[in-house]
Ligand binder design. Structure first.
Ligand code: HEC
Length: 270
């Protein structure tokens, strides 16, 4: 019984000390993905609201020119656990998008400013138009990208900051761009970020690294909006298990102490 309790306690301590499996450094394509410090790291992490707000800005100004995020609505930007923009801000952000609606009484589609209930506007009407505008490559939807790729936000960060000089021994296909994080090191997406391309108003330095970090955090929230809730439930379960282990340990002592006492009494009688 003692040994089982010890094992139990050891597992609990390990789970708290080393949350989440340590990231694989190599994904088999010869790409190195470095783990970053994230505010939302398990088990007690949470999203940094200001970071998510900046991340949305980067997505909106830069990435949304080519990528959609079809699973998100503008109203999600104001919900708990996310960037938590104010109601007025959400309305303003939604209204900046021109949404195709219709058909009207004449059977025609028309454009109108977005509403909080609208899904994020997609840059292209369909995949074919999307490919045609991107030299044949399809910019994938980014709604759940942070969960779809091994390494999650670490990979996204590495991808955004992985552009650089083509090594001499590398032969590039026409129209492709060298990227250290992308499997095969050749990606159709041109480097989307450059210093100062998005204006930050909260004093954060407008560097490529900060843009990359913020937009990766934003994509993580988009892919897992209930992350904070999940951690809270996990933490409660851990506390319950620890308290339960202590109770079991104490009751173990209490139960056996009576037996030991009886033993002792029997021995002294004889
Ligand atoms: C000029 C258009 C364009 C812009 C702007 C752009 N992308 Fe892309 N992106 C693409 C294309 C095209 C691909 C497909 C690349 C391929 O398959 O080689 C892609 C692929 C991706 C992928 C998938 C990589 C993978 O592992 O398959 C991610 C993630 C991504 N983009 C994120 C972003 C983010 C974040 C931004 C904004 C900072 C952004 N993109 C801006 C065109 C763009």
């Amino acid at each position: 019984m003692r040994n089982i309790l010890k094992l139990f306690a050891a597992i609990a301590v390990l789970a708290i000390a080393f949350p989440g499996a340590v990231l694989a450094a190599d994904d088999g394509h010869g790409t190195e993905i470095e783990a970053q410090d994230w505010s939302f790291a398990p088990p007690f992490g949470h999203f940094d609201r200001a970071q998510l707000q900046r991340g949305y800005k980067v997505y909106q100004f830069v990435c949304a020119n080519c990528h959609g995020m079809k699973l998100l609505s503008y109203r999600n930007l104001g919900e708990p656990g996310g960037p938590q923009f104010s109601e007025a801000a959400v309305e303003a952000l939604a209204s900046q998008a021109q949404i195709t609606d219709g058909p009207d009484d004449m059977g025609k589609m028309f454009q109108r400013p977005g509403k909080p209930s609208d899904r994020f506007r997609s840059p292209y009407p369909n995949d074919q138009a999307s490919r045609a505008a991107n030299g044949g490559a399809l910019p994938p939807d980014l709604s759940v990208m942070a969960k779809a790729r091994e390494g999650g936000p670490d990979y996204l960060y590495a991808l955004m900051t992985g552009y650089g000089e083509v090594p001499e021994d590398m032969k590039m296909t026409k129209g492709m761009h060298y990227n250290t994080a992308f499997p095969g090191h050749q990606i159709a997406m041109p480097n989307p970020l450059s210093e100062g391309v998005v204006e930050y108003t909260d004093g954060t330095e407008p560097t490529i690294k900060n843009y990359a970090k913020d937009v990766s955090a934003f994509m993580m929230w988009a892919a897992e909006p209930k992350l904070e809730e999940r951690y809270k439930i996990g933490a409660r379960i851990m506390i319950f298990l620890i308290v339960f282990a202590v109770i079991m340990y104490l009751s173990n002592i209490a139960v056996w102490s009576r037996v030991h006492k009886k033993d002792h009494a029997a021995k002294t009688e004889t």
